[in-house]
Ligand binder design. Structure first.
Ligand code: NAD
Ligand code: TYD
Length: 345
């Protein structure tokens, strides 16, 4: 089975490519990735040489490049490529619309014309918006995205559903909660806090830090993606989660304890505009139909992730070079000024 994986040089994508090569010998994988700031071939440097893997640099929103790639004939598409950081989407939504919305339409169209038999669309819990206390969303919950990132992912989900409805596209939508683990770009909460703590720099906590996220280890999620590829039902939406939301402060305190750093490093900063308070998903449908369960406890996974980041300080340092420093200065060092400018404009 020939599979096109988009965004395979990013965080989840690189973990997925590694898992598919190791555990799915029936698959031949083409990794199609634009290599934006978040895409990094170093994430795949340890892959064994394999005739079952090739890399193609390209943009999912470029219809001609996508069409050329599809000429190789794919049986399935796993679509992960996206702009993924909420804070960046608040600053400039244009790349999110181009990649996440237009790029998804380009891929759906190419998959239909070239007769791909399966289209796995990698969506997010953020399309549902903030969950009320003590409740979790199932797949029937309405889409109420809060940020431009979430809105672009919801738009992509609606496009996928429209292709299912209009053309009988053999598509499946997976909506997963926040992932963590190796190779996560250090703009996201967990790797950012580890990197700062290791350097004894302040840990910028937005607002009161009591927002909750339902963390899942990336290897558990990648096993879920493989299960959906093999056994998911076309036309269905599945939520995937570990099912235990925790507050950001709980996570950060856990990390500080693991790293042997003091809680005095915690620095409360001005909140993210429109910040969703709580994400929580009911994933019983996926667990029951696909027979999947997460294997890692959060405590184990967090300890392994802290250890991975500590052992790969040079990888983090290279991610944080150049444009990342300008981004960090704008979002953290000059946070008040930056947010005031957004409000005024
Ligand atoms: P990431 O930002 O680490 O990686 C995104 C990858 O997509 C990068 O390799 C980048 O180069 C590539 N890319 C971006 N624009 C592209 C384009 N126009 N054409 C081709 N490639 C392009 O993202 P991630 O965290 O690995 O997320 C992967 C997917 O999973 C996304 O669709 C995201 O919405 C979804 N998701 C992520 C999480 C999470 O917690 N990380 C949770 C739920 C859903
Ligand atoms: P993030 O990793 O950006 O994922 P998302 O917003 O898509 O869930 O953030 C996770 C949580 O951590 C979210 O509530 C925002 C918060 N956060 C901080 O408090 N400080 C930070 O520097 C970052 C990046 C996130």
């Amino acid at each position: 089975m020939k599979v096109l994986v988009t965004g395979g040089a990013g965080f989840i994508g690189s973990n997925l490519v590694r898992l598919l090569l190791a555990e799915a010998p029936e698959l031949e994988i083409t990794n199609f990735d634009k290599l934006t700031y978040a895409g990094n071939l170093e994430n795949l440097a340890d892959l064994p040489r394999s005739r079952r893997y090739r890399f193609l640099r390209g943009d999912v929103a470029d219809a001609r490049a996508v069409d050329r790639a599809f000429a190789r004939g794919f049986d399935a598409v796993i679509h992960l490529a996206a702009e993924t950081h909420v804070d960046r989407s608040l600053e400039d939504a244009a790349p999110f619309l181009r990649t996440n919305v237009l790029g998804t339409e380009v891929l759906l169209d190419a998959a239909r014309r070239h007769g791909a038999a399966r289209f796995l669309h990698i969506s997010t819990d953020e399309v549902y918006g903030s969950a009320p206390p003590d409740a979790s969303f199932d797949e029937a919950a309405p889409l109420r995205p809060s940020s431009p990132y979430a809105a672009s992912k919801a738009a992509a989900d609606l496009l996928v559903m429209s292709h299912v409805h209009s053309f009988g596209a053999p598509a499946i939508i997976l909506r997963c909660t926040n992932n963590y683990g190796p190779y996560q770009f250090p703009e996201k909460l967990i790797p950012l806090m580890i990197a700062n703590a290791l350097e004894d720099r302040p840990l910028p906590v937005y607002g009161d830090g009591l927002q909750a996220r339902d963390w899942i280890h990336v290897e558990d999620y990648c096993r879920a993606i493989l299960a959906a590829l093999r056994r998911g039902r076309a036309g269905e939406v599945y939520n995937v989660s570990a099912g235990r939301p925790r507050t950001n402060l709980e996570v950060i305190r856990g990390l500080l304890a693991l790293l042997g750093k003091p809680e005095s490093l915690i620095a409360f900063v001005e909140d993210r505009p429109g910040h969703d308070r709580r994400y929580a998903l009911d994933s019983r449908k996926f667990r029951k139909e696909l027979g999947w369960e997460p294997r890692r406890t959060f405590e184990e996974g967090l300890a392994a992730t802290a250890q991975w980041n500590r052992a790969n300080a040079d990888w983090i340092e290279r991610c944080r070079s150049g444009a990342y420093r300008t981004y960090y200065k704008r979002h953290y060092t000059d946070r008040r000024k930056t947010l005031a400018r957004w409000r005024a404009s």
